[in-house]
Design a protein around this ligand. Structure first.
Ligand code: 5GP
Length: 267
């Protein structure tokens, strides 16, 4: 890890966001000393300014200290990679939410929690799956410019809270938005560096199978879902990357690798 850091292949926040126990036990001072271009005097100043004690280990850093460390590094012109804003879209039934759940615990990723006006489903928890809000509250959030994007979908409104996303990016995390296509287009306009990924099924037949095997839908509802999926599939060309969902683990790994290349300016 130290060798990769010294060669510039990975940055300080890649190390901090690495979940491995051995890394989390490393002292912050040791990490900063190993990074190129900081030096022991500057390490001392950065840590003092961020209020981090000499013996503090990476795993013991609070989010306030991390934010302070990051802004001090930027002030001192120490290169830090910002996280990448990742937008993931794709037709209903393609497996986006399984991919999101799989990535939720990854230390380098922060999964954005949208606000929505739709009713919670049985297995959904407020604050984890969505922030469930009233129509009035949603209007207020729009008026306060608190949403990075928002769109209407199947009779409800959905939006991405702006501030939480900025906060996570500032900590060097990649931020994952699982949103529909109108929202993806708004992000594209607002942030040309965002990474837009379209998740596609292995074949149209397989998507039809997944969408129609849910069982509880009426024939009309099923037809509407298929028509919408077809419309969504037709937009895949607007995205930076198309990932075919053969296996969740593969899509997740590809997303991480794309996000990390983008944050380093390699693509
Ligand atoms: P569901 O109601 O099934 O959870 O989501 C319906 C659709 O809304 C999905 O395509 C999902 O990706 C999208 N969605 C969820 N959150 C947001 C958001 O914050 N903004 C936008 N534009 N779409 C969202």
């Amino acid at each position: 890890m130290k060798a990769l850091l010294a060669s510039g292949e990975i940055g300080i926040f890649d190390v901090i966001n690495d979940g491995r126990e051995s890394i989390q036990r490393m002292r912050v001072r040791e990490l900063l000393d190993a990074a190129p271009g900081i030096g022991s005097r500057r390490t001392f100043t950065l840590m003092a300014k961020a209020g981090i004690s000499e013996t503090r280990r990476i795993g013991g850093l609070g989010s306030h200290q991390l934010q302070k460390l990051r802004s001090e590094m930027i002030l001192n012109k120490v290169p830090v990679n910002p996280g990448t804003l990742i937008v993931m879209s794709g037709p209903g039934g393609v497996g986006k939410s399984t991919i999101t759940s799989y990535l939720r615990d990854h230390p380098a990723i922060w999964v954005s929690v949208s606000v929505t006006t739709r009713e919670p489903r049985d297995n959904e928890k407020d604050g984890r799956d969505y922030h469930f809000v009233t129509e009035e509250k949603f209007d207020q959030l729009i008026a306060q410019n608190a949403l990075l994007e928002w769109a209407e979908f199947a009779g409800a409104r959905y939006g991405t809270p702006r501030e939480a996303v900025a906060e996570a990016l500032n900590l060097g995390k990649h931020v994952l938005l699982e949103i529909e296509i109108a929202g993806a287009r708004q992000i594209r306009k607002a942030d040309p560096y965002a990474l837009l990924v379209f998740v596609s099924p292995p074949s149209w037949e397989e998507l039809v199978e997944r969408l129609t095997s849910r069982g509880t839908d009426s024939p009309e509802r099923r037809a509407a879902r298929l028509a919408l999926a077809e419309e969504e599939m037709a937009c895949s060309g607007e995205f930076d990357e198309i990932l075919v969902n053969h296996r969740v683990e593969e899509v997740a790994a590809a997303l991480l690798s794309l996000a990390s290349s983008r944050s380093k300016g390699l693509d």
